[in-house]
Design a protein around this ligand. Structure first.
Ligand code: SF4
Length: 312
């Protein structure tokens, strides 16, 4: 049985401008110790999937479908059960460490929080655990680091502290939402190496949410591509980077500097208006009459999935 299975997930938001359809009929699964990268442009719905899993969506969200974690539907369990799963069974690393960390508490207090919440540790015990975790994340002087505040750390140090917090209780699933955003290439490499090393030791599975294809390629087993709230392609990472099938995926790879830096023309469609046909058709050089009128289904092709009429 997969660790996590998402079935027909739909998320909409009621706004003054209308109903925003952020996630449309998404299904996926992650097995034990598997690493899946969810990629796509900003605003395509990737982070909404992560927030749905942990039930962290704002009140104006309407959600339906099933999110099965170890066989239990997270959308049906009570809030007390959900609170016991968050941070313990499923941990999340948020994209902006300076916002995710509270500026008025020390790093030690915040890294030790899971031990106080889930294991009833007292202040001293939680600080000792923080020192252990920070040393594990290769902080030079963890005993001094726990007494410091987030503003005294660099962005990379804050992110490593957040990773330490996420891994504190050996979660079965780690959701890393843009964990390297805003960091330079050298730091990105370090953070990804440390995250993967820690994940391996705890035998955790991982859902990595990123718009950075290089990061996705370096760490994931599977790639799932989202566009305008939909899955448009899924493949083994090696297959995806060797031969992306969907025209959007091809565009993403073509926009990498090493591939000539050719940006995809146009913009993603509005999530409020109902665009008929394939959601990518206004930007697709292969679009034909059928693409403007009909919606392509996800097709299965040699252990890959693709949503495009070119493969029908
Ligand atoms: Fe392009 Fe048509 Fe495929 Fe959509 S269905 S990606 S418009 S070829």
């Amino acid at each position: 049985m997969p660790l996590l299975t998402i079935e027909r997930l739909n998320v909409t938001f009621a706004t003054r401008q209308g109903r925003v359809k952020a996630v449309k009929n998404i299904s996926m699964s992650i097995s034990n110790q598997e690493k899946l990268a969810l990629i796509g442009e900003t605003g395509c719905g990737k982070s909404i999937v992560a927030q749905s899993i942990l039930r962290l969506l704002p009140k104006n969200a309407q959600i339906n479908g099933r999110i099965l974690f170890q066989g239990r539907d997270l959308l049906l369990v009570d809030e007390k059960t959900m609170a016991s799963i968050r941070g313990k069974e499923i941990a999340i690393i948020f994209q902006n460490p300076s916002l995710a960390l509270n500026p008025v508490y020390t790093i030690g207090w915040q890294v030790g929080e899971p031990f106080r919440i889930h294991q009833g540790a007292n202040r001293n015990q939680s600080i000792q655990e923080s020192i252990r975790l920070l040393s594990y994340m290769r902080f030079d002087k963890p005993g001094s680091a726990v007494k410091m505040y987030p503003y005294e750390f660099s962005g990379g140090m804050n992110q490593r502290a957040l990773i330490a917090t996420a891994l504190a209780l050996h979660p079965k699933l780690i959701i890393a939402d843009e964990p390297t955003q805003g960091l330079d290439r050298t730091l990105i490499k370090q953070i990804i190496e440390q995250l993967d090393r820690a994940r391996k030791i705890h035998s955790s599975s991982m859902m990595l949410i990123t718009h950075d294809l290089t990061v996705a390629q370096s760490i994931s087993d599977w790639i799932m591509v989202m566009y305008a709230g939909e899955i448009v392609e899924q493949a083994r990472t090696r297959d995806f980077f060797q031969s992306p099938l969907h025209p959007y995926s091809q565009g993403l790879l073509g926009s990498l500097p090493k591939n000539g830096f050719h940006p995809i023309p146009g913009q993603s469609p509005s999530m409020i208006e109902n665009l008929q046909g394939c959601q990518f058709h206004p930007r697709c050089k292969w679009a034909k009459e059928q693409c403007l009128n009909d919606k392509p289904e996800l097709l299965s092709l040699n252990r890959r999935l693709v949503r495009c009429f070119l493969y029908g």
